[in-house]
Design a protein around this ligand. Structure first.
Ligand SMILES: CC(C)(COP(=O)(O)OP(=O)(O)OC[C@H]1O[C@@H](n2cnc3c(N)ncnc32)[C@H](O)[C@@H]1OP(=O)(O)O)[C@@H](O)C(=O)NCCC(=O)NCCS
Length: 180
C-alpha cells in the first residue's frame, strides 16, 4: 500500500461539488452494504451538504491510491475532550490491504498531534441479533486496543434517526488511551 496517501481534505474542497458527490457516493455505497438490515430502504449515511460541513471544519481525511479516492475517515475533537473517529470507509476493491488500519493510524496520529489522550469511536449494533460486519469490527477494534465504555440507545440519543431504523439498535462507545 505504499502508494496510498492519506491527508485532511482542504477546507476549500467544501466548495468542490464533484469532490463532494464522489465522496458521498463512496461513503453511502460502503455503508449501504456494511449496515444491511439496520436501516430502512432509502436511508443514507451522508449527503453532500453534510460532508461539505465536515470538510469545511477540516475534519475529513481522504485516502487516495494513485490519485483515486479509496477511503475516508472523519476526525474531530469532542466537547468532552476525547478525539473521535467515524465515517471509516475503505472502498470495496481495497479491503484487506491494510487501508482500514492506515486510516485508523492516521486518525490516532491526528488526535495525538492535537494533544488528546483518548480516542473514541461508536459502533452501531442491532440490539436483538448479531450483525456479521459489526461482529468483525468489534473483534478488530478490540484487537487494536479499543474497549467498550458505555452503551446507548440510538433512538433515545438521536430520535430523528429512529424512524429510519429497520431494527432496534444501540451504539457502543469504545475508548482507547493514546500514548507515545
Ligand atoms: C472497516 C474497514 C474500513 C476496514 O478496511 P480494510 O481495508 O479491510 O482494513 P484492513 O485491511 O486494515 O484490515 C482490518 C483488520 O481486519 C483484518 N482482515 C482484513 N481482511 C480480513 C479477512 N478477509 N479475514 C480476516 N481478517 C481480515 C486485518 O488483518 C486487519 O486486522 P489487524 O489490524 O489486526 O491486522 C472496511 O471493512 C469498511 O469500509 N467497512 C465498512 C464501513 C464500516 O463498517 N466502517 C466502520 C464503522 S464503525
Amino acid at each position: 500500500m505504499t502508494l496510498v496517501e492519506i491527508s485532511l481534505a482542504a477546507p476549500d474542497a467544501a466548495a468542490d461539488s464533484a469532490f463532494l458527490a464522489q465522496t458521498t457516493d463512496l461513503v453511502n455505497r460502503v455503508y449501504a452494504d456494511a449496515e444491511k438490515g439496520i436501516w430502512r430502504a432509502g436511508a443514507e449515511r451522508t449527503s453532500p451538504d453534510e460532508l461539505a460541513g465536515i470538510v469545511r471544519a477540516g475534519e475529513l481525511a481522504i485516502a487516495r491510491l494513485d490519485g483515486h479516492l479509496v477511503g475516508t475517515v472523519r476526525v474531530r475533537r469532542l466537547d468532552s475532550g476525547e478525539g473521535e473517529f467515524g465515517m471509516l470507509v475503505a472502498g470495496a476493491d481495497h479491503r484487506g490491504t491494510g487501508l482500514g488500519r492506515r486510516l485508523v493510524d492516521f486518525a490516532e496520529g491526528w488526535a495525538r498531534g492535537q494533544g488528546l489522550a483518548t480516542m473514541q469511536l461508536e459502533l452501531l449494533v442491532p440490539r436483538e441479533w448479531t450483525h456479521p460486519v459489526k461482529d468483525f469490527l468489534r473483534e478488530w477494534y478490540t484487537r487494536i486496543g479499543y474497549r467498550p465504555v458505555r452503551t446507548a440507545s440510538l433512538a433515545d440519543d438521536f430520535p430523528g434517526l429512529a424512524p429510519l431504523l429497520a431494527t432496534p439498535c444501540d451504539f457502543v462507545i469504545y475508548h482507547k488511551p493514546l500514548s507515545g
